[in-house]
Design a protein. Structure first.
Ligand code: COA
Length: 337
């Protein structure tokens, strides 16, 4: 036996999986009929065009890191870990407390997770799949044992509440997962992609080096989210269909092997179009966009949490997550639960 194979035998390949989940959803519910009083829209239009009935809106005293820390505490309890056990915190968000420092550092302080390294990622609605894939690399390489990944958004502060084409779509929320080595199940395959040539389709134009904050940027509403809805819709269907096929191929599986699909929760019509193209029975697809709208980086993880709690994902099941967002970026992964 060579020295290398002796080491390999002593240190068999680690497999990363999720050992704890938590969520935090603000209490305030904003219904479609509430929106009817704010902009020229109707409950019927919103439900038929998007599938959304209501969404959560953070209290004015809450900031993004509060939502994140609340979800994280629940995930740590679920994983039966102490806060000191966390070695790395990754926060995925496009609605941070401040442009810098990283929201993950503020979350670290709120949790008292003094042994953790921290960084944020910006992968918009694919944030959870991206950070899960990053955490997987750290865990499987042996660099860290317990990685806390958080998908959080407080998009209500980045929305133009006078723009009916965007304000009806989004909501606030947070989800957290603890990623660690597992002896059964775990992440089977992941796939990430991007197309930066379409970065203008969904954008917050001001507040960075391109358009620093000024009276003009404020007057023109350039600190709000802007979206070309139709183009985003078409790209979402195309790339999430492709990302689903790609990750199944990487995992050596077919749609028949998958027990539950958790697509990004942006619009029920996007989900239906993907389901039809991929050929997955709709009863295998988890949907909660009706209750929360699009919570961007928090959507997939909140949906995964609810799917597990509702018994839609059981031990040994294979779960496929697929998401897409501003960038454009996209990602997919298959996990054995
Ligand atoms: N209430 C009533 N009417 C509305 C409306 C609202 N909230 N928002 C837009 N409209 C109107 C438009 O002004 C337009 O009117 P017009 O024909 O008189 O110009 C009409 O509805 C149709 O608009 P259109 O943009 O073609 O509708 P759509 O069927 O594409 O649906 C979205 C709009 C935004 C729901 C859809 O494009 C979408 O979901 N896109 C993807 C968004 C997304 O998922 N983003 C996040 C990606 S991670």
């Amino acid at each position: 036996m060579t020295a290398k194979s002796k080491i390999a035998k002593k240190n068999p390949k680690k497999v990363a999986g999720i050992i704890g989940l938590g969520i935090y959803l603000p209490k305030k519910v904003l219904t479609n009929s509430d929106l009817e009083k704010m902009v020229d829209t109707s409950d019927e239009w919103i439900r038929t065009r998007t599938g959304i009935s209501e969404r959560r809106i953070a209290d004015e005293k809450e900031v993004t890191s509060d939502l994140a820390a609340n979800a994280a505490r629940m995930a740590l309890r679920d994983a039966k870990l102490e806060v000191e056990d966390v070695e790395l915190i990754i926060v995925a968000t496009i609605s941070p407390d401040v442009p810098f420092p990283a929201t993950s550092c503020i979350v670290q302080a709120k949790l008292g997770a003094k042994n953790a390294a921290c960084f944020d990622i910006n992968a918009a609605c694919s944030g959870f799949i991206h950070e899960l894939t990053i955490a997987q690399q750290f865990v499987e390489s042996g660099m860290y044992k317990n990685v806390l990944v958080i998908g959080v958004e407080l998009l209500s502060r980045f929305i133009d509440w006078k723009d009916r084409s965007t304000c009806v779509l989004f909501g606030d929320g947070a989800g957290a997962a603890v990623v660690a080595p597992v002896t059964t199940g775990g992440i089977i395959a992941s796939y990430l992609g991007a197309d930066g040539t379409k970065s203008g389709l969904l954008i917050c134009p001001a507040g960075g080096s391109l358009h620093p904050a000024s009276h003009k940027t404020v007057t023109e509403g350039l600190h709000f989210l802007k979206m070309q809805g139709n183009d985003v819709f078409k790209n979402a269907v195309r790339v999430m269909t492709g990302a689903t096929a790609k990750v199944l191929q990487k995992a050596g599986l077919t749609t028949k092997d998958i027990d539950c699909v958790i697509p990004h929760q942006a619009n029920i019509r996007i989900i239906e179009a993907i389901v039809e193209r991929v050929g997955i029975p709709s009863e295998k697809v988890f949907v909660n966009v009706d209750r929360y709208g699009n919570m961007s980086a928090a959507s997939a993880i909140v949906a995964l949490y609810e799917a597990v709690k509702e018994g839609r994902v059981k031990k040994g099941d294979k779960v496929l997550l697929v998401a897409f967002g501003s960038g454009l970026v996209w990602g997919s992964c298959v996990i054995e639960w």
